[in-house]
Design a protein around this ligand. Sequence first.
Ligand SMILES: NC(=O)c1ccc[n+]([C@@H]2O[C@H](COP(=O)([O-])OP(=O)(O)OC[C@H]3O[C@@H](n4cnc5c(N)ncnc54)[C@H](O)[C@@H]3O)[C@@H](O)[C@H]2O)c1
Length: 328
Amino acid sequence: MSVLVTGGAGYIGSVTVEALCAAGESVVVLDDLDRGHRGALVPGIPFYEGDVGDASLVKNIATSHGITQVVHFAAFTSVPESVEHPLRYFDNNTGKVVRMLTALKECGVENIVFSSTAAVYGEPEYTPIDEDHRKEPTNPYGLSKYFVEQILDRADSAYGLTHVALRYFNAAGATATRGEDHRPETHLIPLVLQVPMGRRTHVSLYGADYPTPDGACVRDYIHVADLADAHVRALRYLKDGGASQKINLGNGKGFSVREVVDVAERVAGVKIPVREEPRRAGDPSILIAGSEKARSVLGWAPRYPELEGIVRSAWEWHQAHPNGYSGQ
Ligand SMILES: NC(=O)c1ccc[n+]([C@@H]2O[C@H](COP(=O)([O-])OP(=O)(O)OC[C@H]3O[C@@H](n4cnc5c(N)ncnc54)[C@H](O)[C@@H]3O)[C@@H](O)[C@H]2O)c1
């Protein structure tokens, strides 16, 4: 009985593999390394370099390792890229999942934990956003994930393949050994930290006139180790016969872009210049998760809720890995 982790060479996937191993699970990783890193793989874990849309490879892995559960991280994750190349996103994030699920169903896999996103909600009608909030994704990335949620519902009704779809808000931070290395980087905390690392002269603030206390957008940052812990719990929940669920994963607290910069200045001990730019289309002013369901269904609570701790863990990782995973 093993767990297949797709996208286990990526940011959240590799930290989750670490957590699953620490929890005593037997793990196998499938990743095409298109956007992941060999250096992020946990040593000693069986690794297959390949595509989740390759049904015969998925079947091979599932049968030879006795896979009963899957955590599916593998996806493209950039909102702007999805706007430019929507078909690429629907193919990789949705179409290939249909092929993978077909293979998994034939091999008797029982449960799947799926990486969904706050982007399924679109423009918030109210905040904190709970799981029943209207789903109206405003970009192809969010839609590609929302399609999968709906496909998973049908796979449950028809074949009894149960799932937990975890809708993450903003993943951030690092463990002692694994951190964030997206290329190109689009996430705020690593971008801000590139200034004290000497790789960027300033941080762009897109929109300084939002209806928030300091005019900057507010987001909910969740430590990657807390995300990983929720996956371990979701797998146990499903193994114990739990019904399919959609569950938000966030801190339940919002921090503005300016607050993130202030904290990063404190942590790195240098001034980080901010340049105000026009708003970007489709950026909601405030995104904060209602995370009651994660607490009640999974017994989960964030262990690293403080922004300073999240930023400090990222800073320590970036200092120890100034070129990310390059050369590892
Ligand atoms: N980072 C965030 O803040 C965030 C927020 C919400 C949701 N998510 C979701 O979490 C998941 C992981 O995100 P991440 O930040 O770790 O991204 P990442 O790019 O670091 O990891 C994704 C991994 O999937 C692999 N991959 C992509 N397509 C593949 C395919 N067809 N076959 C095999 N491997 C493939 C990549 O090589 C990469 O290693 C994604 O599904 C993403 O949509 C992330």
